[in-house]
Every structure is written in structure tokens, then in C-alpha cells.
Design a protein around this ligand. Structure first.
Ligand SMILES: *[C@@H]1O[C@H](CO)[C@@H](O)[C@H](O)[C@H]1NC(C)=O
Length: 319
């Protein structure tokens, strides 16, 4: 008999490593991490976190593996990988999915849950939006700024008892509590996911296509800010067509938030600069598909999506 909770973390980048650290603080967790490019470093030295909020820590996960096929079925499978091909990753995770597995999705985007629900219709899915700011400065070494917040909630499964799902959520939440991170549990996560997508559609796409930072973009011409607001409004209209109510004031709030920051790039811009594929399907592709499905006009979004797909194609072809 063991009362350990088996947790596997897939996607050991900066965000994944941060939450691996949080989970490793609970003595109830038996933590397995799937490490790819940083496997040798993490296997040899563990993971080091230098955090403005939590201090400096080095920890060793219970297991470090190269692939899910080296691990057994888990209680929780935390997906913190970049959402480039959700269906492919969902299939790869088969060896770690058992009768009672719950997925925990910590990614940008909307529609991220679909591939997992389709392939594992009896699994629970917990869906999260994170605001953690962190970078992996060298393999297995992550710097975390002060920025730390997360919203978490169920992506309800009609095939399961709600009490079962609530219990699974409660258990995972108790692990985050033990790990002393900041989060809020929400009944309905979709408004939160779409709100962050409005932000990501604007800043990720525009900084990637222009290769300038947000402030340089906004001051590039008198048309840049109205363009950005139109783009945000299209995504808000699409969210509403799918039944997700976002506030009319959201573009104002997001403009205030971006103007309170120095000019910033984006994760998509960094990926493009480094010749890596970009996360466009869950950020732009899903909203475009929903716009077409519901007959919502979204010409700015569609234009950016089509051009970014060509850029992504070039990046992938050069790999
Ligand atoms: C899954 O949960 C049920 C109900 O708690 C339990 O009876 C069953 O043994 C569990 N299955 C596995 C593989 O742990």
C-alpha cells in the first residue's frame, strides 16, 4: 500500500520546471519528469530554480525519463509542453494514462483540451492559465521573476461523476498549496483561457511578424493601436459566439496593461528568432476555426493566421 500520488510532468521547459519544483515540495508526490533536450543535465544535477519569490533551490525528481514509454500509468499527467501538435503528444502519452488518470494542462491557447478528451474520453482534465514569468538560462537551470499566478479549474467530463472530478481537482489543488504557489480555483475556466488568448493573439502575432517589441509596434504609426484593438475585438466576438462572455472593456484593460510595461517581445517571437516552430494553432488556429463555424467575420485575425502559417512552415522546413 502506498498513499503516494504519482505525477508525471511532460514539457520540462521554464514553466514546466517551475511547476515541477512546486510539486516536488509535497512529500505526497512521486514525481517523474520527461526531459528531452535537457535530459543529461537534469539526470546528472537535478533542476535548479532561482526565484525572486521562493529563493534558490535544487531538487531531484524521483524519476527522470526521456520518454513516457519509460513510465507507468500516473494519477496526474501535467502537460506543460509547447502546444505545437496536441494530438501527437496526446498519443505519445498513452503509456502513462490509466483508468484514473487526470490531465493537467498548463499551456497558452484555447481548444487545448480537445485532443486529450478525444483520445481519452474517460480521463479528467484540469485546465490552467499561468502567469509565471521564467526562463531556462541553461539546461536544468531556471530563473523565475516575481510574476506568479495561475487560474485552475476542471474541463468537465460529462462521462464522469462530478464528485469524482471535484475530488481529483481538490487533490491536485492540495499539492499546489503544499508547494506554496499562488493560484485561484475557478468554476469556469473558458473566459480565463480566452482572455489570455486575446492578449496572446495580439502581442505574439504582431511582435513575431514585425520583429519589434510591443512599444515600438504601438508607436510605429497612428494606425498600429487601432489595428491592435480591432484584432482584439475580433477574438472577443468569436469567444462570445462560442458562448464565452468577455468584457467590452477588455481591450482597454489589455492596452493599459501593455502600456504599463516596457516594450516586450513574446515567446512566439523568441521561437521564430531561434528557428523553432511557433505555437499558432491553439492561439490563432482554433479561434479562426470557431469564427468560420459560427460565421463571425474576423479578417484581421484570418490574415495574421494565414501569414503566420507560412512562417511556421518555413521554420519547420529548416529544422
Ligand atoms: C481507479 O479508481 C477506482 C475507484 O476508486 C478503483 O476501484 C480502481 O482500482 C482504480 N484503478 C486503478 C488502476 O488504480
Amino acid at each position: 500500500m502506498t498513499d503516494k500520488i504519482d505525477v508525471l510532468l511532460y514539457g520540462l521547459g521554464a514553466i514546466g520546471s517551475f511547476y515541477a519544483f512546486i510539486l516536488s515540495r509535497s512529500n505526497r508526490v512521486r514525481l517523474t519528469v520527461v526531459a528531452r533536450s535537457n535530459y543529461d543535465a537534469v539526470k546528472a544535477n537535478g533542476i535548479t530554480i532561482k526565484s525572486a519569490n521562493h529563493g534558490e533551490h535544487t531538487f531531484r525528481p524521483d524519476n527522470v525519463v526521456k520518454s513516457p514509454s519509460e513510465a507507468a500509468p500516473q494519477d496526474y499527467v501535467v502537460c506543460a509542453h509547447k502546444a505545437l501538435d496536441q494530438a501527437e503528444v496526446a498519443a505519445k502519452l498513452k503509456p502513462v494514462v490509466g483508468e484514473n488518470t487526470t490531465f493537467v494542462i498548463i499551456q497558452n491557447g484555447v481548444g487545448n483540451e480537445e485532443a486529450f478528451r478525444n483520445l481519452y474520453p474517460k480521463a479528467s482534465i484540469i485546465t490552467c492559465v499561468t502567469w509565471v514569468g521564467a526562463i531556462q538560462v541553461s539546461p536544468g537551470v531556471v530563473h523565475h521573476t516575481k510574476s506568479e499566478d495561475m487560474q485552475i479549474g476542471l474541463f468537465p467530463n460529462p462521462a464522469l461523476e462530478s464528485t469524482t472530478e471535484q475530488q481529483r481537482l481538490k487533490t491536485f489543488v492540495s499539492l499546489l498549496d503544499a508547494g506554496k504557489t499562488v493560484f485561484q480555483v475557478l468554476d469556469d475556466m473558458q473566459p480565463q483561457r480566452w482572455e489570455k488568448v486575446v492578449w496572446n493573439v495580439a502581442w505574439n502575432s504582431l511582435t513575431t511578424l514585425t520583429m519589434v517589441d510591443t512599444q515600438t509596434w504601438l508607436h510605429s504609426s497612428e494606425d498600429a493601436e487601432p489595428f491592435t484593438r480591432r484584432l482584439m475585438q475580433e477574438v472577443i466576438d468569436i469567444a462570445r459566439a462560442t458562448g464565452v462572455q468577455l468584457s467590452d472593456n477588455l481591450p482597454n484593460e489589455l492596452m493599459r496593461k501593455i502600456n504599463a510595461m516596457p516594450g516586450i517581445g513574446s515567446s512566439m517571437q523568441t521561437d521564430a528568432k531561434n528557428g523553432r516552430p511557433i505555437e499558432i494553432d491553439v492561439i490563432l488556429g482554433f479561434p479562426v476555426r470557431k469564427a468560420r463555424e459560427h460565421g463571425v467575420s474576423a479578417p484581421y485575425l484570418e490574415t495574421l493566421y494565414v501569414i503566420l502559417r507560412a512562417i511556421d512552415g518555413r521554420l519547420r522546413a529548416a529544422l
